[in-house]
Design a protein around this ligand. Structure first.
Ligand code: GLN
Length: 486
C-alpha cells in the first residue's frame, strides 16, 4: 500500500476500496517503526480524528481528490494543535494558535496530517544536520545526509512514510533534498504559494512547494497549495490554475536549454553521467538540446549568502524571549534576558547568519554588500531571460554530488554553501524549478545514492515543468524505486 502514489491512493479512497482511517493507520505504523528521525511530532489521536472527518466527506460526496490522503508538513509551517519548531530549540515547545495558509488549504481539501517533519533550523542548511533535534538519515544509505533543509520531507517520501509532504525552498531546500533522496519536488514561482504561517527565513526568497513520488502527484498537491492570499503581501493575485492540465502533452519539439556553466569543474562524474543519460532520454521523447549560458552562476553563492542572511537577521529579531518561544531562566535585566535567550535558543549556523546579516546591513557596509548583491541578483535574473529566448525549459543537475556522509561537512559551512551552486540562482530570480529522480551515483562508501535532474522554467510555467517531468516519468521508472531503509 505504501508504495502506491498519491494518485493511486486517491482512486482507492474515492472508490471506497480503502478507508482514510486504514490508510492513516498504515502510515502511522510505518512511522513508528522508522529510525530515520524524519518526524519531529506525531499525534495519533489528531491524525485519526482527521481521518474520520475525511471518511464523512467521502461518504457524503463532498470529497476532493485529496480527501483522505495522508500528508506530513515540514516543521516550518505552523499548525494549530501540533508543535511548530522550525527545527530550533527556540521554538521547541511552541504550539501555534493558528494554521499556516498552506496547512489551512490542505485541511480544507480533506488531507489527513500524519505529523511534522524534521528540517534544518529555520531552514538554514543543505544537510539537515543543523536541526536542533538531530540529523535525518537518508533512506538509501543511513550513513548519508538526506539533503536540506527539507530533509525530513524528502526522507519521509522516499522511505514511504508518507505519500505527500510539504516543503520550503529558499535557495534549494525542496530541490536538493528531493534529489538526494530520489523523490519529486517542485518549487513554484515566487509568490504562488502563501508564506503566511511559514516561519520566515529570507522573505524575498522563501517559497513553499510539494514533494511526492511523481510529478502527477505534485500537480495535485500544488493545485491545493497555490493561490492568492491577502495575508501575504507578496502573494500573487492570479486566476486559479489546474497545474496538471498539460501532463499528457507530447514533448515533440521541446527545446531544452543546457547551461554550460552547470557542467564544468566541480560536477561529479557519476552525477554528470546520470544527467547526460536523462537528456538523451528527452531527445528520444522528441526534445532538442540547445547550448545556453548562465554566466553569473558562480556569483549566485556570494549573492545569496549576503541577501539571505540579511533578511534572516531581520526576521529572526522577533525571537527575543518576550512574545513566544524559549526564554532564558536566569538573567540580570532585560538586555541580559535578550542576550541569554538568543545565545541559548539559536544554533551555530543561525547565529553565524544573524551576524553576517547584521554586518552587511550595517551603516557603511550596506552599499558595499547588500546593495551590490541586489544588483547582481538582477543580473542573474536577466541571464535566465536571455536563455529563455532560446529554449522552453532549462535542465541540469540539482547538486554537484550525490549525498555525502553524515558529519563530512558538518564543521565546514562554506563546503555546505558550495553544494547549493545549481539551485541558488533560480531562487534569486524567483523562477520555478523542480527535481526528479534520474539515476544513481556511487556513495562514498556503500550503496547507491540518487541523482536528481533539475528542470527550470520561466515565471508561471509550473504546468509546463510538470508536463516535462511527467513525460519522463512515463518513460522511465527511477521515481518508482524503493530505498532499502525506512
Ligand atoms: N542550503 C541553502 C541555505 O542553507 C538553502 C536553504 C533553503 O532553501 N532553505 O540557505
Amino acid at each position: 500500500m505504501h508504495n502506491k502514489t498519491l494518485t493511486e491512493l486517491s482512486a482507492l479512497l474515492q472508490s471506497r476500496q480503502i478507508s482514510a482511517t486504514e490508510l492513516a493507520k498504515h502510515f502511522l505504523d510505518r512511522i513508528s517503526k522508522s529510525d530515520l528521525n524524519a518526524f519531529l511530532h506525531v499525534d495519533e489521536a489528531l491524525t485519526l480524528q482527521q481521518a474520520t472527518e475525511a471518511e464523512g466527506r467521502l461518504a457524503s460526496g463532498q470529497a476532493t481528490p485529496l480527501t483522505g490522503i495522508p500528508i506530513a508538513h515540514k516543521d516550518i509551517f505552523v499548525t494549530r494543535g501540533w508543535r511548530s519548531t522550525a527545527g530550533s530549540k527556540m521554538l521547541a515547545d511552541y504550539i501555534s494558535p493558528f494554521d499556516a495558509t498552506v496547512v489551512e488549504r490542505f485541511n480544507a481539501a480533506g488531507t489527513v496530517t500524519l505529523g511534522k517533519l524534521n528540517c534544518d533550523e529555520f531552514a538554514m542548511g543543505s544537510s539537515n544536520e543543523n536541526s536542533h533535534f538531530g540529523p535525518v538519515k537518508n533512506p538509501w544509505d543511513k550513513a548519508a545526509i538526506p539533503g536540506g533543509s527539507s530533509g525530513g520531507s524528502a526522507a519521509a517520501i522516499a522511505a514511504r512514510l508518507a505519500p505527500a509532504a510539504t516543503a520550503t525552498d529558499t535557495g534549494g531546500s525542496i530541490r536538493q533534498p528531493a534529489a538526494l533522496c530520489g523523490v519529486t519536488g517542485i518549487k513554484p514561482t515566487y509568490g504562488r504559494v502563501s508564506r503566511f504561517g511559514m516561519i520566515a527565513f529570507a522573505s524575498s526568497l522563501d517559497q513553499g512547494g510539494p514533494m511526492a513520488q511523481t510529478a502527477q502527484d505534485c500537480a495535485f498537491l500544488l493545485n491545493a497549495m497555490a493561490g492568492f492570499d491577502e495575508r501575504d503581501s507578496t502573494s500573487l493575485d492570479r486566476p486559479a490554475e489546474d497545474f496538471g492540465r498539460d501532463l499528457n502533452q507530447s514533448l515533440q519539439g521541446l527545446k531544452i536549454g543546457v547551461p554550460r556553466e552547470y557542467f564544468g569543474e566541480g560536477l561529479a562524474a557519476d552525477v554528470e553521467q546520470a544527467i547526460r543519460a536523462a537528456l538523451k532520454e528527452y531527445e528520444k521523447l522528441g526534445a532538442t538540446l540547445v547550448d545556453v549560458s548562465l554566466p553569473k552562476t558562480a556569483l549566485s553563492i556570494p549573492t545569496y549568502y549576503v541577501i539571505a542572511p540579511a533578511e534572516a537577521s531581520s526576521n529572526l529579531s522577533r525571537f527575543d524571549g518576550v512574545r513566544y518561544g524559549h526564554r532564558a531562566k536566569e538573567y540580570k535585566d532585560l538586555a541580559d534576558m535578550y542576550c541569554k535567550t538568543r545565545a541559548e535558543g539559536f544554533g551555530e549556523e543561525v547565529k553565524r547568519r544573524i551576524l553576517v546579516g547584521a554586518y552587511v546591513l550595517s551603516h557603511g557596509y550596506y552599499d558595499a554588500y547588500y546593495l551590490q548583491a541586489q544588483r547582481i541578483r538582477r543580473l542573474i535574473a536577466n541571464d535566465f531571460q536571455q536563455a529563455f529566448k532560446q529554449c522552453d525549459v532549462i535542465m541540469g543537475p540539482v547538486a554537484p554530488t550525490v549525498a555525502w556522509d553524515l558529519g563530512d561537512k558538518a564543521d565546514d559551512p562554506v563546503a555546505n554553501y558550495l553544494a547549493d551552486i545549481f539551485t541558488l540562482s533560480t531562487s534569486l530570480a524567483g523562477l520555478p524549478g523542480m527535481s526528479i529522480p534520474c539515476g544513481f551515483g556511487q556513495g562514498e562508501k556503500n550503496g547507491k545514492r540518487p541523482v536528481g535532474l533539475q528542470i527550470i522554467g520561466n515565471y508561471f510555467n509550473e504546468a509546463k515543468l510538470l508536463n516535462v517531468a511527467h513525460q519522463y516519468q512515463q518513460a522511465t521508472d527511477w521515481h518508482r524505486q524503493e530505498p532499502p531503509h525506512a
